[in-house]
Design a protein around this ligand. Sequence first.
Ligand SMILES: [Zn+2]
Length: 407
Amino acid sequence: MDMVVLVYNPGVQRYEPRRVQIKTLNDAVALRGSAAVLLGEAKFAWESGDQALKKAQPDPDELRRAITEAPGEPVTASFLERDGALVPADFHSLNLATLYYNFERAADFFSRIGGLEQAEMGTPQAYYFPEMDISGIGSADNAFFMPLLGFLFLPFDALQKVPLAINGGVLGHEYSHAVFNLKVHDKETFPEADLEWNSPEPEATPGLNLLASIDEGIADLFGTGVTCSEDFSVCDPAFLALSLPSRMGTERQLDLPHCMTPPLLEHLAELNYTDFSNAALEYEVGSVLASAMWRATSDGDLLQSISAEPAAAFARSLMFQTLYKALGSSTSSIGLRALVASHLADQANFRLDSSQSKGVLDTIVDAADDPILKAALCRSFLDRFGFTLDQLKSCPGSSTAYGECSH
Ligand SMILES: [Zn+2]
């Protein structure tokens, strides 16, 4: 089915209407298909003192009932038909059609880089402009994924840029959180690691801090991946700046060099998750990882070793495949899932580096099948994180840092 939606044009750096083919839609008016079910008019409310939220092992169904004031209903989009294509008739219809298209693109990206099938992922449920009342405060201008409810695209208030539902990279970022939850946490509403590692202040929660950080860094990488053209030759690493204040966008722009600093490493190891997350440090640590992975795709040796054209595009697809593989799965003994599971009882040893036991960065290096990509990742990790070879035991002993970060 052909539909007009908003698509990013990197040439002129803006979103513009384009006729695209939507492959998975069953019901155009409700924008329902295997790629997503969109619901409007939902209302959720909770008080921070809610008893259901305070339990150590909350029951998802009970909690969902407790916070849902209106469950939402199928959206109704209006279209005009022109030359065999459906053209959204108003702003919300255009927003909704683009949102559905973005879900389809995200699913397609993960299918191409990792063979992820919609059946394994399930059909995502997305709330469009739900009313959220958190301890009496309404919220707006945000998009997020939470395993308990699904995807939420809140109404606008102050944001004057590209709406979050239209920004394909933002959807890709949130979709990545759902994939991370699927692969690393077996789709658990309340992941075991979160429950095990969470501690009241002021206790340090190094494992939880790191887990949240890699989840964010990977989401910015895959978010960028979803913005890429089909062959990965054109990508938009600056996608966040289109929707967020530009300072927030560049702080996480992964083609800029983001380097680990001693204070950040200290916060990662010593802060309680509440303080770590209130300072948004998971995005800072995540950006170091994202910047390192992206840098490796322009490694000179790697580009020279690739005969496919264009080499940079091939290098990116190789990096995305490696990162997806590094998540692991319930049937694999390698990857982040197994690494997290092996440290449930000792979060202090769930680390970036391998000075104690295998670390997160080793796990990513191990997932690279191509030895030249492996070497590029090592050079990049040594540089961006400032680690020594002793702290990256999966790297060849001959690896040297790029020398772009000063440590
Ligand atoms: Zn995120």
